[in-house]
Design a protein around this ligand. Structure first.
Ligand code: TYF
Ligand code: FE
Length: 384
Protein backbone atom coordinates (compact mmCIF):
# COMPACT_ATOMS: atom_id res chain seq x y z
CA UNK A 1 0.00 0.00 0.00
CA UNK A 2 1.34 3.43 -0.85
CA UNK A 3 1.00 6.00 1.86
CA UNK A 4 0.79 9.59 0.77
CA UNK A 5 2.16 11.81 3.46
CA UNK A 6 2.47 15.16 1.70
CA UNK A 7 1.02 18.08 3.53
CA UNK A 8 -2.64 18.61 2.83
CA UNK A 9 -3.11 15.22 1.19
CA UNK A 10 -5.47 12.80 2.83
CA UNK A 11 -3.29 10.06 4.30
CA UNK A 12 -5.48 7.21 3.13
CA UNK A 13 -5.79 4.23 5.43
CA UNK A 14 -2.71 4.81 7.60
CA UNK A 15 -4.94 4.88 10.67
CA UNK A 16 -8.53 3.83 9.96
CA UNK A 17 -10.89 4.53 12.87
CA UNK A 18 -14.45 3.33 13.38
CA UNK A 19 -15.33 6.07 15.85
CA UNK A 20 -15.00 7.22 19.46
CA UNK A 21 -15.37 4.04 21.52
CA UNK A 22 -15.77 5.76 24.88
CA UNK A 23 -14.62 8.65 27.02
CA UNK A 24 -13.10 7.79 30.36
CA UNK A 25 -13.56 10.34 33.13
CA UNK A 26 -11.31 10.01 36.17
CA UNK A 27 -13.36 11.38 39.04
CA UNK A 28 -13.24 11.76 42.80
CA UNK A 29 -16.45 9.82 43.36
CA UNK A 30 -17.57 7.60 40.48
CA UNK A 31 -20.66 6.40 42.32
CA UNK A 32 -22.06 9.91 42.58
CA UNK A 33 -20.90 10.88 39.08
CA UNK A 34 -22.78 7.85 37.71
CA UNK A 35 -25.88 9.18 39.46
CA UNK A 36 -25.42 12.65 37.92
CA UNK A 37 -24.97 11.36 34.37
CA UNK A 38 -28.00 9.12 34.87
CA UNK A 39 -30.39 11.66 36.32
CA UNK A 40 -29.14 14.88 34.73
CA UNK A 41 -27.86 13.62 31.35
CA UNK A 42 -30.42 10.82 30.96
CA UNK A 43 -27.69 8.21 30.46
CA UNK A 44 -28.14 4.53 31.25
CA UNK A 45 -25.80 2.55 33.47
CA UNK A 46 -25.02 -0.69 31.63
CA UNK A 47 -21.83 -2.11 33.11
CA UNK A 48 -19.62 -2.01 36.19
CA UNK A 49 -16.45 -3.42 37.65
CA UNK A 50 -14.94 -2.94 41.06
CA UNK A 51 -13.73 -4.77 44.14
CA UNK A 52 -16.73 -7.15 43.88
CA UNK A 53 -15.21 -8.43 40.62
CA UNK A 54 -11.78 -8.76 42.19
CA UNK A 55 -10.75 -5.46 40.60
CA UNK A 56 -9.00 -3.95 43.61
CA UNK A 57 -8.14 -0.36 42.70
CA UNK A 58 -11.17 1.26 41.12
CA UNK A 59 -14.91 1.34 40.81
CA UNK A 60 -15.87 1.89 37.16
CA UNK A 61 -19.35 2.71 35.89
CA UNK A 62 -20.20 2.54 32.18
CA UNK A 63 -23.08 4.74 31.02
CA UNK A 64 -24.52 4.97 27.54
CA UNK A 65 -26.81 7.21 25.53
CA UNK A 66 -27.12 5.82 22.01
CA UNK A 67 -23.57 5.24 20.80
CA UNK A 68 -22.10 7.70 23.33
CA UNK A 69 -20.36 5.79 26.10
CA UNK A 70 -18.84 7.33 29.24
CA UNK A 71 -16.72 5.35 31.69
CA UNK A 72 -16.53 6.91 35.15
CA UNK A 73 -13.55 5.73 37.14
CA UNK A 74 -12.96 6.40 40.84
CA UNK A 75 -10.27 5.11 43.20
CA UNK A 76 -11.42 2.85 46.02
CA UNK A 77 -8.32 3.25 48.19
CA UNK A 78 -5.53 5.70 48.87
CA UNK A 79 -2.75 5.52 46.33
CA UNK A 80 -4.70 3.69 43.61
CA UNK A 81 -3.36 4.30 40.09
CA UNK A 82 -5.07 7.37 38.64
CA UNK A 83 -5.68 8.99 42.03
CA UNK A 84 -2.88 11.45 41.24
CA UNK A 85 -4.73 12.43 38.04
CA UNK A 86 -7.71 13.55 40.11
CA UNK A 87 -5.48 15.35 42.61
CA UNK A 88 -3.76 17.25 39.84
CA UNK A 89 -6.60 17.87 37.36
CA UNK A 90 -9.79 17.48 39.36
CA UNK A 91 -12.51 15.44 37.64
CA UNK A 92 -11.55 15.24 33.99
CA UNK A 93 -11.24 13.19 30.84
CA UNK A 94 -8.18 10.94 30.83
CA UNK A 95 -8.98 8.75 27.83
CA UNK A 96 -10.57 9.49 24.47
CA UNK A 97 -10.74 5.86 23.37
CA UNK A 98 -10.99 5.08 19.66
CA UNK A 99 -12.39 1.97 18.09
CA UNK A 100 -10.07 0.75 15.33
CA UNK A 101 -10.19 -2.29 13.06
CA UNK A 102 -6.57 -3.27 13.73
CA UNK A 103 -4.96 -2.30 17.04
CA UNK A 104 -1.50 -3.60 16.18
CA UNK A 105 -1.34 -1.75 12.88
CA UNK A 106 -2.71 1.45 14.44
CA UNK A 107 -0.27 1.31 17.37
CA UNK A 108 2.67 0.56 15.08
CA UNK A 109 1.78 3.41 12.76
CA UNK A 110 1.19 5.86 15.62
CA UNK A 111 4.40 5.12 17.50
CA UNK A 112 6.35 5.00 14.23
CA UNK A 113 5.04 8.50 13.50
CA UNK A 114 6.26 9.78 16.87
CA UNK A 115 3.37 9.19 19.27
CA UNK A 116 4.48 8.03 22.72
CA UNK A 117 3.38 4.47 23.36
CA UNK A 118 1.86 4.04 26.84
CA UNK A 119 0.82 0.36 26.60
CA UNK A 120 1.75 -2.08 23.85
CA UNK A 121 -1.07 -4.11 22.25
CA UNK A 122 -2.51 -6.79 24.55
CA UNK A 123 -5.61 -8.97 24.83
CA UNK A 124 -8.21 -9.10 27.58
CA UNK A 125 -10.64 -12.02 27.65
CA UNK A 126 -13.60 -13.35 29.50
CA UNK A 127 -16.55 -15.61 28.68
CA UNK A 128 -17.89 -12.93 26.28
CA UNK A 129 -14.81 -12.99 24.09
CA UNK A 130 -11.56 -11.14 23.50
CA UNK A 131 -10.78 -7.44 23.11
CA UNK A 132 -7.43 -6.14 21.90
CA UNK A 133 -6.20 -2.85 23.35
CA UNK A 134 -3.22 -0.51 23.19
CA UNK A 135 -2.67 3.00 24.51
CA UNK A 136 -0.90 6.05 23.08
CA UNK A 137 -0.36 9.44 24.69
CA UNK A 138 -1.71 12.74 23.40
CA UNK A 139 -1.80 16.29 24.87
CA UNK A 140 -1.19 16.72 28.62
CA UNK A 141 -1.95 13.56 30.59
CA UNK A 142 -4.64 12.58 28.07
CA UNK A 143 -4.40 9.27 26.21
CA UNK A 144 -6.07 7.45 23.34
CA UNK A 145 -6.82 3.80 24.01
CA UNK A 146 -7.11 1.93 20.70
CA UNK A 147 -9.72 -0.83 20.85
CA UNK A 148 -10.75 -3.71 18.63
CA UNK A 149 -13.91 -5.17 20.15
CA UNK A 150 -14.96 -7.23 17.11
CA UNK A 151 -14.30 -10.50 18.99
CA UNK A 152 -16.40 -9.59 22.03
CA UNK A 153 -20.13 -9.40 22.79
CA UNK A 154 -20.30 -8.54 26.50
CA UNK A 155 -21.52 -5.43 28.33
CA UNK A 156 -18.37 -3.29 27.88
CA UNK A 157 -14.95 -4.91 28.20
CA UNK A 158 -13.85 -8.26 29.63
CA UNK A 159 -14.01 -8.08 33.43
CA UNK A 160 -17.04 -5.81 33.50
CA UNK A 161 -20.43 -7.15 34.50
CA UNK A 162 -23.81 -5.96 33.27
CA UNK A 163 -25.59 -3.56 35.65
CA UNK A 164 -29.17 -2.36 35.83
CA UNK A 165 -29.84 1.37 35.36
CA UNK A 166 -29.51 3.51 38.51
CA UNK A 167 -32.85 5.17 37.86
CA UNK A 168 -35.41 3.21 35.89
CA UNK A 169 -37.78 6.13 35.51
CA UNK A 170 -36.93 9.50 34.01
CA UNK A 171 -39.57 11.97 35.22
CA UNK A 172 -39.13 14.24 32.20
CA UNK A 173 -39.54 11.31 29.79
CA UNK A 174 -42.63 10.04 31.63
CA UNK A 175 -44.13 13.51 31.48
CA UNK A 176 -43.58 13.57 27.71
CA UNK A 177 -41.21 16.53 28.10
CA UNK A 178 -38.05 14.86 26.95
CA UNK A 179 -36.96 12.55 24.20
CA UNK A 180 -36.20 8.96 25.25
CA UNK A 181 -32.56 9.80 24.85
CA UNK A 182 -31.24 13.30 25.41
CA UNK A 183 -28.39 12.62 22.95
CA UNK A 184 -27.17 9.72 20.82
CA UNK A 185 -23.52 10.18 19.95
CA UNK A 186 -20.30 12.02 20.68
CA UNK A 187 -20.00 14.69 17.98
CA UNK A 188 -16.57 16.14 18.86
CA UNK A 189 -14.09 16.36 21.72
CA UNK A 190 -12.09 19.56 22.12
CA UNK A 191 -8.57 19.77 23.49
CA UNK A 192 -6.98 22.81 25.12
CA UNK A 193 -3.23 23.06 24.63
CA UNK A 194 -0.61 25.61 25.67
CA UNK A 195 0.04 28.95 23.96
CA UNK A 196 1.81 28.41 20.66
CA UNK A 197 1.35 24.64 20.62
CA UNK A 198 -1.89 24.29 18.62
CA UNK A 199 -0.18 23.79 15.28
CA UNK A 200 2.09 21.09 16.74
CA UNK A 201 -0.97 19.14 17.88
CA UNK A 202 -2.70 19.62 14.53
CA UNK A 203 0.48 18.22 12.99
CA UNK A 204 0.49 15.36 15.57
CA UNK A 205 -2.99 14.22 14.50
CA UNK A 206 -2.02 14.53 10.83
CA UNK A 207 1.16 12.49 11.21
CA UNK A 208 -0.04 9.98 13.78
CA UNK A 209 -3.65 9.39 12.70
CA UNK A 210 -3.78 10.79 9.18
CA UNK A 211 -6.41 13.30 10.33
CA UNK A 212 -6.86 16.38 8.16
CA UNK A 213 -7.63 19.98 8.92
CA UNK A 214 -11.28 20.89 8.55
CA UNK A 215 -11.96 24.31 7.09
CA UNK A 216 -13.41 25.75 10.29
CA UNK A 217 -10.92 27.56 12.47
CA UNK A 218 -10.57 30.58 14.72
CA UNK A 219 -7.59 32.56 13.54
CA UNK A 220 -5.74 35.69 14.57
CA UNK A 221 -8.47 37.98 13.29
CA UNK A 222 -11.22 36.59 15.52
CA UNK A 223 -8.80 35.94 18.37
CA UNK A 224 -7.68 39.53 18.78
CA UNK A 225 -11.20 40.93 18.41
CA UNK A 226 -12.99 38.97 21.06
CA UNK A 227 -12.28 35.28 21.53
CA UNK A 228 -8.81 35.28 23.15
CA UNK A 229 -8.30 31.85 21.64
CA UNK A 230 -7.23 30.20 18.43
CA UNK A 231 -8.70 26.96 17.22
CA UNK A 232 -8.28 24.44 14.41
CA UNK A 233 -10.25 21.27 13.80
CA UNK A 234 -8.80 17.92 12.76
CA UNK A 235 -10.94 14.98 11.68
CA UNK A 236 -10.57 11.48 10.31
CA UNK A 237 -11.38 10.86 6.63
CA UNK A 238 -14.99 9.92 7.39
CA UNK A 239 -15.48 13.02 9.61
CA UNK A 240 -16.83 10.74 12.30
CA UNK A 241 -14.09 11.66 14.75
CA UNK A 242 -13.58 15.41 15.10
CA UNK A 243 -11.06 17.03 17.44
CA UNK A 244 -10.97 20.82 17.62
CA UNK A 245 -7.76 22.04 19.29
CA UNK A 246 -7.63 25.37 21.11
CA UNK A 247 -4.74 27.48 22.33
CA UNK A 248 -4.95 30.76 24.21
CA UNK A 249 -4.44 33.94 22.22
CA UNK A 250 -2.64 36.95 23.61
CA UNK A 251 -5.20 39.66 24.33
CA UNK A 252 -6.01 42.32 26.92
CA UNK A 253 -8.19 39.93 28.87
CA UNK A 254 -7.17 36.59 30.28
CA UNK A 255 -8.12 33.88 27.83
CA UNK A 256 -10.75 31.30 28.83
CA UNK A 257 -8.14 28.78 27.64
CA UNK A 258 -5.60 30.17 30.15
CA UNK A 259 -8.21 29.82 32.85
CA UNK A 260 -8.70 26.17 31.88
CA UNK A 261 -4.94 25.45 31.72
CA UNK A 262 -4.40 27.04 35.12
CA UNK A 263 -7.24 25.23 36.86
CA UNK A 264 -6.80 21.89 35.09
CA UNK A 265 -3.07 22.02 35.69
CA UNK A 266 -2.09 21.73 32.03
CA UNK A 267 -3.55 20.69 28.67
CA UNK A 268 -6.61 18.48 28.56
CA UNK A 269 -10.04 17.86 27.10
CA UNK A 270 -12.14 21.02 27.37
CA UNK A 271 -15.58 20.14 26.09
CA UNK A 272 -17.50 17.20 24.74
CA UNK A 273 -20.19 17.95 22.18
CA UNK A 274 -22.97 15.39 22.13
CA UNK A 275 -25.30 15.09 19.14
CA UNK A 276 -29.02 15.27 19.83
CA UNK A 277 -32.03 15.21 17.54
CA UNK A 278 -34.20 17.08 20.03
CA UNK A 279 -32.16 19.89 21.56
CA UNK A 280 -35.27 21.60 22.95
CA UNK A 281 -36.50 18.50 24.79
CA UNK A 282 -33.01 17.66 25.97
CA UNK A 283 -32.31 21.16 27.34
CA UNK A 284 -35.67 21.26 29.13
CA UNK A 285 -35.10 17.89 30.76
CA UNK A 286 -31.50 18.60 31.73
CA UNK A 287 -32.33 22.04 33.10
CA UNK A 288 -35.18 20.57 35.10
CA UNK A 289 -32.69 18.07 36.52
CA UNK A 290 -30.36 20.90 37.58
CA UNK A 291 -27.87 21.24 34.70
CA UNK A 292 -26.76 24.85 34.22
CA UNK A 293 -26.48 26.23 30.70
CA UNK A 294 -24.75 29.40 29.54
CA UNK A 295 -27.08 32.34 29.19
CA UNK A 296 -27.51 33.93 25.80
CA UNK A 297 -28.66 37.56 25.89
CA UNK A 298 -31.97 38.43 24.18
CA UNK A 299 -30.06 40.80 21.91
CA UNK A 300 -28.64 37.74 20.13
CA UNK A 301 -32.12 36.77 18.91
CA UNK A 302 -33.26 40.32 18.24
CA UNK A 303 -30.30 41.09 15.98
CA UNK A 304 -31.80 41.54 12.47
CA UNK A 305 -28.54 40.48 10.81
CA UNK A 306 -28.64 37.17 12.66
CA UNK A 307 -32.32 36.65 11.90
CA UNK A 308 -31.67 37.22 8.19
CA UNK A 309 -28.63 34.96 8.16
CA UNK A 310 -30.19 31.98 9.89
CA UNK A 311 -33.48 32.04 7.96
CA UNK A 312 -36.05 29.35 8.74
CA UNK A 313 -35.12 26.68 11.27
CA UNK A 314 -37.21 23.80 12.58
CA UNK A 315 -38.50 25.65 15.66
CA UNK A 316 -39.77 29.19 16.21
CA UNK A 317 -36.96 31.56 17.27
CA UNK A 318 -38.99 32.33 20.41
CA UNK A 319 -38.56 28.71 21.53
CA UNK A 320 -34.79 28.93 21.04
CA UNK A 321 -34.60 32.32 22.74
CA UNK A 322 -36.46 31.07 25.83
CA UNK A 323 -33.76 28.44 26.27
CA UNK A 324 -30.69 30.25 24.99
CA UNK A 325 -30.13 27.84 22.09
CA UNK A 326 -27.76 29.26 19.45
CA UNK A 327 -28.22 28.92 15.68
CA UNK A 328 -25.66 28.92 12.92
CA UNK A 329 -25.96 28.38 9.20
CA UNK A 330 -23.41 27.68 6.48
CA UNK A 331 -23.47 26.48 2.88
CA UNK A 332 -24.38 22.91 3.90
CA UNK A 333 -27.23 23.65 6.30
CA UNK A 334 -27.68 24.79 9.86
CA UNK A 335 -27.05 23.70 13.43
CA UNK A 336 -28.51 24.40 16.86
CA UNK A 337 -26.17 24.37 19.86
CA UNK A 338 -25.98 25.21 23.55
CA UNK A 339 -23.24 24.95 26.17
CA UNK A 340 -23.38 23.89 29.80
CA UNK A 341 -21.49 25.59 32.59
CA UNK A 342 -18.49 23.56 33.84
CA UNK A 343 -19.77 20.30 35.37
CA UNK A 344 -17.33 20.15 38.29
CA UNK A 345 -16.04 22.61 40.86
CA UNK A 346 -13.11 23.66 38.73
CA UNK A 347 -13.84 25.84 35.66
CA UNK A 348 -12.63 23.10 33.34
CA UNK A 349 -14.73 20.46 31.52
CA UNK A 350 -18.13 21.36 30.07
CA UNK A 351 -20.57 19.94 27.52
CA UNK A 352 -22.22 21.12 24.33
CA UNK A 353 -25.49 19.84 22.90
CA UNK A 354 -25.55 20.05 19.11
CA UNK A 355 -28.41 19.34 16.71
CA UNK A 356 -27.13 19.29 13.15
CA UNK A 357 -29.28 19.89 10.09
CA UNK A 358 -26.74 19.53 7.31
CA UNK A 359 -24.08 21.83 8.70
CA UNK A 360 -20.73 20.17 9.38
CA UNK A 361 -19.43 23.25 11.20
CA UNK A 362 -18.96 24.13 14.84
CA UNK A 363 -21.01 27.30 15.12
CA UNK A 364 -18.53 29.84 13.77
CA UNK A 365 -21.26 32.49 13.54
CA UNK A 366 -21.87 32.10 17.27
CA UNK A 367 -18.29 32.48 18.45
CA UNK A 368 -18.69 36.13 19.43
CA UNK A 369 -21.91 35.63 21.44
CA UNK A 370 -20.60 32.40 22.93
CA UNK A 371 -17.22 33.74 24.00
CA UNK A 372 -18.84 36.81 25.52
CA UNK A 373 -21.13 34.52 27.53
CA UNK A 374 -18.14 32.43 28.66
CA UNK A 375 -16.25 35.57 29.65
CA UNK A 376 -19.16 36.84 31.73
CA UNK A 377 -18.96 33.62 33.76
CA UNK A 378 -15.18 33.83 33.91
CA UNK A 379 -15.52 37.34 35.32
CA UNK A 380 -17.94 36.11 38.01
CA UNK A 381 -15.29 33.60 39.05
CA UNK A 382 -12.75 36.43 39.32
CA UNK A 383 -10.57 34.90 36.61
CA UNK A 384 -10.72 37.49 33.86
O1 TYF B 1 -16.07 23.12 19.31
C1 TYF B 1 -16.13 24.26 18.90
O2 TYF B 1 -15.26 24.71 18.14
C2 TYF B 1 -17.30 25.12 19.27
C3 TYF B 1 -16.92 26.48 19.73
O3 TYF B 1 -13.60 27.43 24.06
C4 TYF B 1 -16.06 26.61 20.89
O4 TYF B 1 -18.07 24.45 20.20
C5 TYF B 1 -14.70 26.76 20.71
C6 TYF B 1 -13.89 27.03 21.78
C7 TYF B 1 -14.42 27.14 23.04
C8 TYF B 1 -15.77 26.95 23.26
C9 TYF B 1 -16.57 26.67 22.17
FE1 FE C 1 -17.81 22.44 20.23
Amino acid sequence: MTQTMEHGTRTADVFPVKGVDHLQFLVGNAKQAAHYYSTAFGMKLVAYRGPEQGYRDHAEYVLVSGSARFVLTGSVHAGAPGADHVTKHGDGIRDIALEVPNVDAAYKHATGAGARGVTEPYDVKDEHGTVRLAVIATYGDTVHTLIDRSGYDGPFLPGFVAREPIVDRQPAIDAGLAPKRFFQAVDHVVGNVELGRMDEWVEFYRRVMGFTNMAEFIGDDIATDYSALMSKVVADGTRKVKFPLNEPAVSQRKSQIDEYLEFYGGPGAQHVAVATNDIIGAVDAMRQAGVEFLKTPDSYYDDPALRARIGEVRAPIEELKKRGILVDRDEDGYLLQIFTAPVQDRPTVFFELIERHGSLGFGKGNFKALFEAIEREQELRGNL
